[in-house]
Structure formats: C-alpha cells, structure tokens
Design a protein. Structure first.
Length: 745
C-alpha cells in the first residue's frame, strides 16, 4: 500500500481520542516503570494510546521497550517515532555549531551530520532536533553557540549541508534521520540578547536575514520544523499562523511536520494569549502539529472538538467541526511523517542499526576541531617547535567536561582528551600544567553555572597565590600557553550574558602572564564570540578554539604544533568591546559612517579607541601567506539576465599548504533604501599547495542584488536597482578589493 493510502486508511479508522493522542510529544523522562512500582505518566499514556512520539530515550533498549508498549496500547498498531537533541554530534560530540560554521566547509558539515545520524539511528532514533538555524548578531544570547553565525548566505549553505547530511537521499534512507529545522523564527534576535525574549524587527530584516536559512533547509528537503519560543512582531511563534501556515507552508511549499518547542503551547498563556483552551486553539490553527511536553493538546482538544471556541473569548471563533478539521490536519501530518520514515511498514525500522566505528568518528571530530578554530593573531610564534618547554596555564588546561560545549546531551566527558594530554601525546613531552585562575570569581555565578552539572571547579586558594604560581611556571618555561574562556554552561539555552568578555580572573591571569615577557599563546575555549580586549594585544598569538567537542583539544594541539593548518574563518564578528552588541559586519550604511570625515560625529562610540581589536566576520589567519591578485570582471556593464564572471588569481606564496576561503561581498551604493555596506553573496574554499597559484571564478547575477521591500509579511516585493553596484572580494569582510559593475536594466 502506498504511503498516502496507508495514512488514509488509518485516518478513516481512528477515533477523535486516538487522533489527539498522536499530537502528544513526550520526553522519555523516567521511562517505563513496571512491576511493583507505580507506572510513570509516560507508560500510562502509552497504554492509553495517547503518545505520538517520544524524545530523549537515550538507548536502543529503552526505545524498543517504548515502541513495544506503544504498539500494544494502540488499537490500530500505530508506532511512535523517536527524537533527540543531536545538535553537534551524538555520542561523538563535534565542535559547537558556531565553531563548525567557522570551518566554512560544507562537506565537513555534511559529514559530521551524517555521522551523527548514523550514531543516532543505531540507538533507535528517527528525528534529530537539528540543524539549529538561528542567525544571531547578539553575542549576549547564549544560544549563539548552537547556531550558524551572523550571515544568511553562510547559514543557508550550512542549512542545506546539514539537512543533506542528516537525511541523505531522503526519509527512510538507512542510517539517516529526519532533520528538524529550528527555531522558526528569529529566535536569535531577542531583545537585549535575553533568551526567550521577543523580537521586533522590520519585515525586511526578517525576510532578508532570518528566513533564508529556513528556506534553504526546506529546499534541501528537511522533513520537520520546530517553532521558537519568542514572539515576532508581537505574535508568538506558537500562534503565528502567518509565518507557519502562511510563509512556511504557503510560500515555501513545506509539507512536513511542525512541532512545538518544550511547553511552547502552554507558554502562550504566559505570553498573554491564553487561557489554555484559547492557547491550544491558536497553536493548532497556526499549524503546530505536535505539542511537546505540555500536554495541552491532550487536555484541551477533546472539549474544544465538541464545544468549539467562541469568538467572545478569543478573537478567534471556531466551530467544533472546524476544530476537528484542524485535528485531522495535524494528525495526518504526524502519520505522513511516520509513513515517510517507513514506520508504518516496520515500526522497528532501523532499530537493529549498527553504530559507525568510533575511531572514524574521532578522526572526523579531530579534523573538524582543527578546521573550526580560528587563528586570530600570530606574531611569528606559531607553529611551535616541539622540544620547547611549555607552561600550560589556565582553568581549561586539563579540562574535559567543558570541551563538549552546550547541548551535548549524549556526549561523555571521559571521551575528551584534555589539552595537556593531547599535547603530550602529539609531542612526546608533557607540559607543566598550572591552574592559574578560576573560571569565574563570583560564588553565586559559579553556583548558577553548575546548576546542570559541575563543570566549573574551583581552586580555593587566594587569587594572588594562583597568579604567583602561574607566573613562576611561566618564567621557568620557553613558551606559555594560556587556556582560558567560558564554561560549558556559560553559553547555551537560558545562558545569556550581560557583558560578553573573558571572565575577570582570566583577564588578570593573561595580564600577569604577559608581564613575564615570555612568548604567550592565548587559546580561547568559548561558546560565543567574546570581546577579548587587552588579551588580544597582550598575546603574541591568539587562537579562538570554541568548545571543540570530544577531540577539541587534540585539534588545538594539531594546530599549534603545525600538524594541521589553521583555516577557520569567523562566522561571527568578534566585538572589540562588550558594549558593542548587537553587531554585524553587514550593517546598513548611515549618513555618518565610521571611520569617516565628520570628526566626532560618527556612527560609533566616543569611548571606543580607533585601534580596538575587533575581528571581522570572515577573518582568520593561516600559517602560509596567500596573495590576492586584482579582481577582474569579464564585463563592466550587463543586462539583468546576463551572468558576469569575476576572475581572481590567488597564490600561496608561503611554504606551507593553505585552505583559503575567498569571499565575495556586494554593496549597492545607489539603492532606494539603506543597504548593507557589505553583504556576502558567495564564497569558495580553495586548497593551495606551497607555491601554487589558482584562478578563482565567481558567477555574478542580478538576483544576488535583490532585496525585499515589505510593508507587511504578505505584501513583500523583491526589488533590485539598475545602475552601479560594488563587488568586494577578499579573505574576510574587511580586507577586500572592489570592482564596480553596472546593471543596465
Ligand atoms: C528546548 C530547546 O529550545 C530546543 O532546542 C530543544 O530541541 C527542546 N528543548 C527539546 O529538548
């Protein structure tokens, strides 16, 4: 029987209660308790046929047991599907997504997603709550760690690569899973960077910056979407029919499954759109097919389906028949998802899966870690020669747990090889390790950071004693490596920070180490782009390593000793000062740009020095030197239906291999509204052997210059301005060469 027919047959035979049960999405929580103990809520629900899917099962055995229980509890034998937060790897934890984005390597991102999918299916999982596609230009927001960075083009390519990696040839492909694009939408732009806070922005910004990665994920075939906690322009996403049913399904043609976020339907009440029956009606009407955790669909829909909803209470009238139609719509989507996964044919599909070889995963994780770290400064210190005496100082020198980063729910700290051991294994020489500074010095903050675990440990001695020991270790060494940064819990859900700089005790440590005059490499392990302040000046070399996953420190060791070449490029701007947020390289032009000719009256900050160490989007160094020739256009004027070729010679003039990311930006100096001073429109990664020269070609089309004018979401018009535009090509968003092109029409 075809998938559609199987779904039709089930729909025809299901009771209202059974249909509502399919919309209930529960956590595995305490699992199934049998025997003398009281059964868990989950097992009661399964027995009553009131669960559509479960997330967080954590083992194949538990998924299998739950599937058997669900089948026994379902009159029509409808199976569950199993989901999990597989955000940057599953058992093999890869670098944070923001770090992977800094690789700019789509094949790598696809490979890490495919590996995670294979590990997930081996544990009976069918859907992953990834890729997370929230563009964020506000480093205060802790979930910047999980996302693709600040740029819509880079994020869109990542969306496609990750979706492809997770899903392979499509749902039902062995060892692949269903992707779930999240969090739809604009979750990364909350007011003041506070997680869960609402978003108010021009429709143009939503359409041009925040929606494209979702469009790209859908285009790549993503099978599901999770909506965000926040409101967009006053309408919470869990009730946002114009964006979910309208844009996502209507404009993009998405025909998959939409799930709520954790208790997101219930939270409509706190948003002020309740009470519960009204919240449920709004969410169902908006196109949220499954209700995660809150059970409000389960509790409210039976009455709504018999009584309907009066306009008086909600501003949204619904007859009982209308409610039943919406329940049918959602249930059909859940069943179609299961059919596409192959579960209606075989509820245990994939459950005998074999996990991919661990060694393979580790090798990929190590490569990914090396490619994700960004070398920001190198005054000739790196790569280090083996044999020098190294003092490795800082709270992350021998750390395992923090290296996993946020949302590594299936990772294990014991799988991490910490930096001191990674260095010893690579060079045969163990560094002198010294704690140097606590991660934070406020006990209350430490307690908060530890509320989900104990990743922040502390040396109880006075700071002066810690620093004295660190300085002594530095003085006895030939080279000093400071391993500093943020704890795992510093960045992630509900982990927004007010001031995005290195925690104060670690800043003092770096200053003390710099004071010894010894060559100083600062390695930053973090979940967000931090303002590095003085540390960037004090260090002789600076490596931004993020939280690199199980092989993060090994990737760092490979880089600092030259066993791997640095090739990472920032996917987010690193602020010069913590007060300079939100920020992006792609800000719209103003009448008084900085730097400029208006003296003090500039679009900048009075108290920001001109030479403040800001690291621009796209920036990163390698160990070789790549020379850029002059960009040449095949023609300087073209009609809108023509493609213009931009040619550029690049040459590796150094004596080491290089992986160069050539970036192409556009500007539109004569537009009808303000436009970004630079906007990434294409990039290519080119491997160059020492001495090798290559020609890079970009195909430039008028479409790349289109932008939305949108008084409302529904009335968007994509426009383009004939006349002169700028093309800026270079190794990052700042250091570019410009050529002018004229669109004749
Ligand atoms: C809440 C988070 O916002 C979301 O990203 C995650 O997938 C769900 N919880 C499930 O754990």
């Amino acid at each position: 029987m075809g998938q559609g027919a199987a779904v039709d047959r089930l729909m025809a035979g299901m009771t209202l209660k059974e249909k509502i049960g399919q919309l209930n999405l529960l956590p595995a929580g305490q699992g199934l308790v049998t025997g003398a103990q009281a059964p868990t809520t989950l097992s009661q629900r399964l027995d009553a046929g009131q669960v559509g899917a479960i997330f967080g099962t954590k083992s194949l055995a538990s998924a299998r047991a739950m599937q058997e229980r669900a089948l026994a509890g379902s009159r029509l034998g409808i199976p569950l599907f199993f989901a999990e937060d597989v955000i940057h790897g599953h058992r093999t934890v890869f670098p944070l997504n923001i770090a992977l984005a800094c690789s700019w390597d789509m094949a790598l991102i696809e490979a890490t997603s495919a590996h995670a999918a294979a590990e997930a299916t081996a544990e009976g999982l069918h859907q992953v709550y990834a890729p997370m596609l929230d563009i964020s230009r506000d480093p205060r927001w802790g979930r910047v760690a999980e996302g693709p960075g600040e740029d819509p083009l880079l994020a869109s390519r990542i969306a496609a690569a990750a979706t492809q990696g997770f899903q392979g040839a499509g749902l039902g492909t062995p060892e692949r899973v269903a992707a779930c694009l999240k969090h739809f939408v604009a979750y990364g732009a909350p007011q003041s960077g506070r997680d869960y806070d609402n978003v108010s922005m021009a429709w143009e910004d939503l359409i041009e910056t925040y929606l494209p990665p979702f469009a790209a994920g859908i285009e790549a075939g993503a099978a599901s979407v999770m909506v965000a906690f926040n409101a967009v322009n006053r309408l919470p996403m869990h009730a946002n029919a114009p964006l979910v049913e309208g844009w996502l399904r209507g404009c993009q043609g998405f025909d998959g499954l939409v799930v709520s976020d954790y208790t997101g339907v219930k939270e409509l009440v706190a948003h002020g759109l309740g009470p519960a029956p009204v919240a449920v009606a709004r969410a169902l009407h908006a196109g949220i097919d499954m209700d995660m955790v809150g059970e409000d669909y389960l509790n409210e829909l039976p009455a709504l389906a018999t009584e309907g909803l009066a306009a008086r209470t909600a501003g949204l009238a619904m007859s009982p028949a209308a409610v039943r139609r919406l329940i049918d719509r959602a249930c059909r989507r859940v069943l179609t998802f299961k059919a596409r996964l192959g579960l209606l044919d075989d509820p245990f599909r994939g459950m005998a899966g074999k996990a991919p070889a661990r060694a393979e995963g580790r090798a990929l994780a190590r490569k990914a870690a090396a490619q994700s770290a960004v070398l920001l400064k190198n005054d000739g210190l790196l790569p280090l020669a083996p044999g020098s005496r190294m003092a490795l100082i800082g709270p992350f020198a021998a750390d395992r747990a923090n290296m996993l980063g946020t949302w590594a729910v299936s990772g294990r700290a014991e799988d991490v090889v910490p930096l001191d051991r990674a260095i010893a294994a690579l060079t045969g020489q163990a560094p002198t390790v010294c704690w140097g500074a606590n991660i934070v010095d406020e006990p209350w903050l430490e307690a908060r950071l530890n509320c989900h675990g104990t990743t922040v440990t502390r040396d109880p001695r006075e700071e002066s004693a810690l620093l004295a020991e660190a300085v002594a270790a530095a003085l006895a060494a030939d080279v000093v490596v400071a391993a500093v940064g943020e704890a795992k819990e510093h960045a992630g859900e509900s982990s927004s920070r007010l001031a995005v700089d290195l925690p104060a005790p670690q800043r003092r440590l770096i200053a003390a180490l710099a004071g010894t005059g010894k060559p100083l490499l600062v390695v930053v392990f973090a979940g967000r782009p931090l303002a590095l302040g003085e540390a960037a000046t004090q260090a002789d070399a600076l490596l931004y390593a993020w939280h690199g996953g199980v092989a993060g420190p090994e990737g760092v060791a490979d880089l600092i000793f030259g066993a791997a070449e640095p090739s990472g490029r920032l996917a987010v701007t690193l602020p010069a000062h913590p007060g300079e947020v939100p920020l992006t390289y792609a800000c719209d032009t103003t009448g008084r740009p900085w730097p400029g000719r208006f003296g003090k009256f500039l679009t900048g900050w009075l108290d920001m020095p001109d030479d403040a160490p800001r690291f621009p989007f796209g920036f990163g160094l390698g160990y070789s030197a790549v020379r850029y020739g002059r960009p040449i256009l095949c023609r300087h004027a073209a009609h809108a239906d023509e493609t213009v070729t931009l040619l550029l010679g690049i040459e590796n003039t150094g004596n080491r291999p290089a992986l160069e990311t050539v970036q192409l930006y556009a500007s539109d100096p004569v537009a009808r509204v303000t436009r970004p001073g630079r906007k990434l429109i294409d990039f290519q990664q080119v491997a160059l052997a020492p001495g090798e020269a290559r020609e890079v070609r970009f195909a430039v089309t008028a479409d790349q210059f289109r932008y939305p004018m949108a008084p409302t979401l529904e009335t968007v018009e994509w426009v383009r301005d004939p006349g002169m535009v700028g093309l800026h090509v270079g190794p990052n968003s700042r250091d570019t060469q410009e050529v002018a092109l004229t669109w004749l029409d």
